[in-house]
Design a protein around this ligand. Structure first.
Ligand SMILES: NC(=O)c1ccc[n+]([C@@H]2O[C@H](COP(=O)([O-])OP(=O)(O)OC[C@H]3O[C@@H](n4cnc5c(N)ncnc54)[C@H](O)[C@@H]3O)[C@@H](O)[C@H]2O)c1
Length: 264
């Protein structure tokens, strides 16, 4: 019997999310094999070569981006130059670095965006077909989860002084991505699936009593109103992330090779 060769996968950034995906690939995802990784600060041996972006994107059929937002344009350019497909998890970078989607349009690469830490994207995609009137997201996290965000620094927000649930930002998804590049990937994903960054309203709440990271979306069309709420425990290896985000990449890979495809 003929066997289909595995799709060779490279992972750029093997921190909290990338290492969980690498582990899942090494445990076995039908149709995919881990070929190499790229991370100058790698701490785990995944049994594959650790290399630069040019080699990663040329050696692999598919690369998975699990990087800090500011590094994403470099990887995207390498992937598009090699016509290699890519999965993006740092979706806020797709809004702030607009050249990424422009370059994608000129390349032969395909880019995939998993649902990440969010739920309800399946419904948003279907609602888009009938026309969405409004889309909003409210994200709530413990105050320390926003540490280092440019908006917090610029506006001198004393995160340690917040004693009750407080609205610290209100604006559109593009403004949110610029102000909170490591916190609002969910808002970026919603805007990419729905009605765009300028039209997606974002609220960011800091709550000292929040146990996890909560995202609530409300999307309205003439015929449907979607509300979804998910509460994710912070990933122990990176409190700004959630384990669900890594597993959404694993689910995307399984879907890509499954005979029965349930859209996310
Ligand atoms: N879409 C979503 O819902 C969602 C949810 C959570 C996190 N995220 C995003 O996913 C990304 C990864 O998150 P994480 O928790 O794994 O972060 P992390 O900090 O744990 O891991 C990032 C890794 O990238 C590596 N890295 C840094 N510079 C590099 C370079 N030049 N080349 C190669 N590797 C480099 C670091 O050494 C680190 O290991 C972040 O941008 C985060 O904001 C998205």
């Amino acid at each position: 019997m003929m066997t289909t060769p595995s799709i060779k996968v490279g992972i750029a950034g093997v921190g909290a999310i990338g290492s969980a995906v690498a582990k899942a690939l090494n445990e076995g995802i039908k149709g995919f094999s881990l070929e190499c990784v790229s991370d100058p600060k790698i701490t785990t041996d995944f049994g594959v070569v650790n290399t630069d972006f040019a080699t990663l994107t040329n050696r692999c059929d598919l690369v998975i981006e699990c990087l800090p937002a500011n590094i994403v344009p470099q990887l995207a350019l390498a992937a598009f130059s090699a016509n290699t497909d890519i999965i993006f998890i740092s979706t806020a970078a797709l809004l702030t670095y607009q050249q990424i989607l422009e370059q994608l349009g000129k390349s032969n690469s395909r880019a995939y965006v998993p649902s990440g830490a969010l739920c309800g994207i399946d419904g948003v995609l279907a609602m888009k077909e009938m026309g969405i009137n409004s889309a909003q997201i409210a994200s709530t996290k413990p105050p320390k989860g926003f540490g280092g965000a440019p908006y917090v620094t610029l506006n001198n927000i004393g995160l340690s002084n917040i004693s009750k649930k407080t609205l610290i930002f209100e604006g559109n998804a593009l403004e949110a991505a610029k102000g909170f590049p490591a916190n609002v990937n969910v808002a970026a994903t919603l805007s990419l699936a729905g009605i765009g960054a300028q039209n997606t309203r974002v609220e960011i709440w800091a709550d000292p009593n929040a146990k996890g990271n909560m995202h609530e979306i409300t999307v309205k069309s003439d015929y449907s109103t979607l509300t979804s709420k998910i509460e994710n425990m912070p990933d122990p290896s990176n409190p700004k992330s959630s384990i669900l985000a890594a597993q959404s990449i694993v689910a995307t890979l399984r879907n890509m090779s499954s005979a029965l495809v349930i859209s996310q």
